[in-house]
Design a protein. Structure first.
Length: 404
C-alpha cells in the first residue's frame, strides 16, 4: 500500500514538472511587456484605471485616453526631470481637470519677513533717579508706579543729617568769606542741590531740614523702589522714568532671513490692541551674535509712539520688506517641490506638458525668483498640478517597465 502511494506522488511530481516546463516554452510564453502593451488606454484623473480598449472610467466616467509612448515626438517635448515624463492632455480633459496656466515674467520682487516682536522701552530714554547722600525719605510727591511726571517737578524730600551739616558749613563759610565758601558750595552742587536751593539758603541764612529731589526728565514712572520713611543709601536707585514717545520692538530673525535685514530699513508693526493702525519705524540694531538655543538673531526696531498706543511688553507683528529689484519670476502655484529638486510643468506646444527642473531664489508674495530652467514668456501649469504630476509619474514608470 505504501509503495503504491509513493509511486502516485512521483507520478504527480513528474507531471507537474512537465507542465511547468511546457508553460515556459518560448512558443507559449507571453512576456509582461506584451501584456502591458495590451492595455493601451487609461483615465487621466485616475491613472491606475487601464484598459486595452476605449471606454469610460468606472470611477469618474471620464473617457479613457491612449497611454503615450516615450521617446517619440520632438526633442523639446522630452522630460529632463528624473522619474517624470512629458504628457499629452486633450483640451476637453484640461477643461474637466480645471487646468490653468500662468506666465513666467520679469517683475519687481521683495523679500518679505514677518516675525513676532516684543515692545520694550527705549533704553536711551530711561532716567534713573538716585541719591548721592545717606538719609530718610520723608515725603513722596510721585508715589504711584505708572504716573507721568514732567521735568523739574518734585519727586520726594529727603532728611539727611550730613546735608544739614554741609549747609551749615556753607553758611559759616559765607560769613568768613574766602575760598572756603566756594568749596562748600561746590560740595552742595555735587550732592545735586540746585542753584536755586543754594541761593535761597544764602538769602535766608538758615539750613533746611530736608532737601527736595526733582525729576531729571519727563516720563512715566516704570519702577519705584521706595516709600515714605524708607532709609536710602548713597548711590541707591530710587525710581526709573521712561520716555515712551519712542519705543523699541525686539524681534528674533532666523539666520536664513538675515541677509535681507539691513540697518535703517523700514518696518511696519501691527498690534491686536490697535487693529486699525499700522506703526512704522526702522531697524536700529542687529545683534552681532546668534542665539545658541533659538538659532535666531535679535533685531531691534525703533518705532515712534506719539499717541502712546504701544505699551511695553506688548506683542506685535513686524513686517520687513527687502527690495530685490526686477527678477525673472514664476507663480508660487506652479512650483512642485520634492526633497531634492523643484520643477514645473511647461506648455511645450502641440498639447504637450513637459516637466522642467528649475532653480529657485527668493520668495516674494505669491512669486518665486527663477534662477535657471525657464525663460520669460514660458507658460506653466498653475492648477491641477498634482493630477498632471501623477500622470507624468505613471507614464515614466510604465516606460521604465517596458525597457529590456
Amino acid at each position: 500500500m505504501k509503495r503504491c502511494i509513493v509511486i502516485a506522488i512521483a507520478a504527480l511530481v513528474v507531471a507537474g514538472s512537465g507542465a511547468f516546463l511546457a508553460g515556459c516554452s518560448p512558443s507559449d510564453h507571453q512576456s509582461p511587456a506584451t501584456s502591458r502593451h495590451a492595455a493601451k488606454y487609461h483615465c487621466p484623473m485616475h491613472p491606475t484605471v487601464v484598459s486595452d480598449k476605449k471606454g469610460s472610467c468606472p470611477i469618474c466616467g471620464m473617457d479613457l485616453v491612449p497611454i503615450g509612448q516615450t521617446g517619440g515626438g520632438h526633442a523639446g517635448h522630452e522630460s529632463k526631470v528624473p522619474d517624470l515624463a512629458a504628457v499629452s492632455i486633450t483640451p476637453e480633459i484640461r477643461q474637466r481637470m480645471g487646468l490653468k496656466f500662468g506666465a513666467v515674467e520679469k517683475r519687481a520682487l521683495a523679500r518679505e519677513i514677518r516675525t513676532a516682536a516684543r515692545i520694550v522701552a527705549d533704553e536711551t530714554r530711561l532716567h534713573h533717579v538716585t541719591v548721592k547722600i545717606d538719609g530718610y525719605v520723608e515725603k513722596l510727591f510721585a508715589a504711584t508706579t505708572g504716573e507721568f511726571v514732567k521735568q523739574g517737578e518734585p519727586l520726594l524730600t529727603i532728611f539727611s543729617p550730613m546735608l544739614v551739616s554741609a549747609q551749615q558749613e556753607y553758611l559759616n563759610a559765607l560769613k568768613d568769606g574766602g575760598e572756603l565758601a566756594a568749596s562748600a558750595k561746590r560740595r552742595l552742587e555735587l550732592w545735586d542741590i540746585t542753584g536755586e536751593q543754594i541761593e535761597r539758603l544764602a538769602k535766608t541764612g538758615k539750613a533746611e531740614r530736608t532737601i527736595t529731589l526733582f525729576a531729571p526728565a519727563s516720563g512715566w514712572i516704570i519702577e519705584r523702589n521706595i516709600s515714605a520713611g524708607h532709609k536710602v543709601m548713597a548711590g541707591e536707585q530710587l525710581m526709573v522714568l521712561a520716555d515712551l514717545s519712542e519705543v523699541w520692538a525686539d524681534a528674533n530673525v532666523y539666520q536664513s532671513d538675515l541677509p535681507f535685514v539691513k540697518l535703517a530699513m523700514p518696518v511696519e508693526l501691527t498690534v491686536s490692541a490697535a487693529p486699525d493702525k499700522t506703526f512704522t519705524g526702522k531697524v536700529s540694531f542687529v545683534a552681532p551674535t546668534l542665539d545658541a538655543e533659538t538659532r535666531t538673531v535679535k533685531v531691534r526696531m525703533a518705532v515712534p509712539n506719539p499717541d502712546l498706543r504701544l505699551k511695553p511688553e506688548m506683542w506685535a507683528t513686524a513686517r520687513l520688506a527687502f527690495e530685490l529689484g526686477e527678477k525673472l519670476a514664476i507663480p508660487t502655484a506652479a512650483v512642485m517641490r520634492t526633497g531634492e529638486r523643484a520643477y514645473a510643468f511647461k506648455d511645450g506646444g502641440e498639447g504637450k506638458l513637459v516637466p522642467v527642473e528649475i532653480k529657485l531664489g527668493a520668495r516674494s508674495a505669491g512669486w518665486w525668483e527663477v534662477l535657471s530652467g525657464l525663460e520669460a514668456g514660458d507658460k506653466v501649469v498653475t492648477s491641477a498640478n498634482f493630477l498632471v504630476d501623477s500622470e507624468s509619474q505613471l507614464k515614466a514608470a510604465l516606460a521604465g517597465m517596458d525597457r529590456p
